[in-house]
Design a protein around this ligand. Structure first.
Ligand code: SAH
Length: 268
């Protein structure tokens, strides 16, 4: 067994049940081109390779890369890039490997310390959505973050992250994975989630404004929305606009659905 490094948030998945849940959620097809972030020792990679057209993996740890190449390197549908997923210019790196371009799905047990930035890189942002959205993104992540991704309005977990992500993608819980499914076990439980980037039904007319108001609106979770937005929009005017849209003017940011957020900001 390769000794996991803390520095790279390495936790090897050892549960067959969790692996099966991930692979099933990805619904792999022979035409799929998969992107995997942080293949580690390749436990998930080896499951996916026989099912898909190609798999591009990005791993930061040089020693693991050597090991992976030794183990699976010569498979013609496998390409490994060594580097930091958040920094790497993937299209530039795979220019000479047409089979690995335009991946349509992401399947990964990612490093938890950079979950937010990874999701942002995969989906883009409200103001700058990924112009080539993936068909689906199946991730094993920390349970607390997962709960925020698929949270419904007016629940404890529904926050700015929920709005930002749900504006761009449908989010589903696939299954909860206990800490004991890993070596070494992380401090928290985990969950498999599937994000399905979607056509935005009612797009924001000014996406930057939506992003800014969402951030401000959730700045103080206990305050009413109109108080959090006071610095940018007059309270009375906001109250009127909300009444017009049949939104209770006393709501907090967490009570608005993504759709209501968009209609409200479009009306401001
Ligand atoms: N998928 C493996 C490993 C998960 S641990 C498994 O399920 O067992 C997370 C993996 O992400 C580790 O291999 C770690 O080295 C890698 N990693 C950490 N930071 C990374 C980054 N910035 N870019 C790419 N890979 C990274």
């Amino acid at each position: 067994m390769v000794q996991p490094r803390k520095q790279f948030a390495q936790h090897w998945l050892k549960s067959d049940k969790a692996l099966n849940a991930i692979v099933k959620a990805a619904d792999c097809q022979k035409t799929d081109r998969i992107l995997e972030i942080g293949p580690g020792t390749g436990i998930l990679t080896k499951r996916l390779l026989p099912l898909v057209e190609s798999l591009l993996a990005v791993e930061i740890d040089r020693d693991l890369c050597k090991l992976l190449v030794k183990q699976i390197g010569s498979k013609e549908n496998f390409l490994l890039l060594q580097g930091d997923f958040l920094e790497l210019d993937i299209p530039a790196q795979i220019g000479n490997f047409p089979k690995f371009q335009n991946q349509n799905k992401v399947v990964a047990n990612i490093p938890y310390n950079i979950t937010g930035p990874i999701i942002e890189r995969l989906l883009g942002t409200i103001a700058d959505p990924n112009p080539q959205p993936f068909d689906s993104i199946v991730l094993l992540i920390q349970k607390e973050v997962a709960e925020r991704l698929y949270a419904k309005p007016s629940t404890r977990d529904f926050g700015a992250l929920s709005v930002r992500v749900q504006y761009l993608a449908d989010c589903e819980l696939i299954s909860i994975v206990p800490a004991t499914a890993f070596y070494p076990p992380p401090k928290v439980d985990s969950a498999v989630v599937r994000l399905s980037p979607k056509q935005i039904e009612i797009p924001a007319e000014d996406p930057k404004k939506l992003a800014t108001l969402v951030k401000l609106g959730f700045a103080s979770k206990r305050k009413m929305l109109r108080n959090n937005l006071e610095s940018v929009i007059d309270r009375d005017r906001l109250t009127q606009l909300m009444e017009k849209l049949a939104i209770n003017p006393q709501v907090r940011a967490e009570d608005l659905s993504v759709q209501q957020w968009v209609t409200l900001v479009n009306s401001i």
